[in-house]
Design a protein around this ligand. Structure first.
Ligand code: DC
Length: 228
């Protein structure tokens, strides 16, 4: 790219699980006509692939080797339906959304080798006209030069309630109290890890979405990219 060219814009949307990042990122990307990176799906895919090949998820070296070898493809079904995630040739979309896959992702995401294995892949999603990047370290590590950064939060109770509704709607069998415990454990693990811990970038706008309807959050995030 010539030095004078304007860099491709990136909007980073980071935050803890259940903060609404997934839904908001998708809607905002649609409204802007930008690409979308669901980085959580990459960590879920790595945890899933390692588990499927019998790798001990606490064995950092083995999980890192598995991460380096895992082929992950996002496939747009073309009918406006949900993006499919194909892991080593297998459509693993349904398996990846379970809480078990989320917990495995959170565990293996603490390994520096795993994060390094996914670094270039994530940066490769930066394509014109722009990218909405959803994750935990999009604004701090992967796209520190992004011109637009937000950090979404919500109370743990509200996040557990949202997750409960989402999973129930998908027909999964979960309880609210177990989800709240799981969310709190995951937050602690994601925030306490040494590499790329969950925290807002210094230049991110933090938006507390507790009690705010989806439309309101979308409008608040869009106003970062397109000030009124
Ligand atoms: O957003 P999600 O629930 O799909 O993410 C699953 C786990 O992956 C999350 O608990 C931590 C990890 N993750 C990460 O460490 N860095 C990211 N950029 C995205 C997800």
């Amino acid at each position: 790219m010539p030095k004078s060219a304007t860099p491709i814009p990136v909007l980073t949307i980071d935050g803890p699980s259940g903060s609404g990042k997934g839904t908001i990122s998708r809607l905002v990307a649609d409204r802007l006509g930008w690409h979308l990176l669901d980085s959580g799906a990459l960590y879920r895919a790595v945890g899933y692939a390692a588990g499927m090949s019998g790798v001990d998820l606490t064995d950092e070296a083995a999980v890192t080797r598995s991460a380096e070898a895992t082929r992950i493809v996002f496939r747009d079904p073309g009918d406006g339906g949900e993006t499919r995630v194909v892991v080593n040739g297998h459509d693993a979309t349904d398996e990846l959304r379970t809480e078990t896959a989320g917990a495995a992702a959170s565990a293996i995401a603490a390994f520096p080798g795993v994060r390094a294995a996914l670094f270039d892949k994530q940066r490769g999603f930066r394509k014109g006209p722009g990218l909405v990047a959803d994750g935990r370290d999009m604004g701090t590590v992967i796209f520190p030069d992004a011109p637009f950064k937000v950090f979404l939060t919500a109370s743990a109770d509200e996040r557990a309630r949202r997750r409960y509704k989402q999973l129930k709607d998908k027909g999964l069998n979960v309880t609210l109290s177990a989800l709240l415990r799981e969310i709190q454990a995951r937050d602690e693990r994601d925030a306490a890890r040494v590499v790329a811990p969950l925290r807002p970038a210094d230049d991110a706008l933090t938006i507390d979405t507790t009690g705010i309807p989806v439309d309101g959050v979308v409008a608040a995030v869009l106003s970062v990219v397109r000030p009124a």
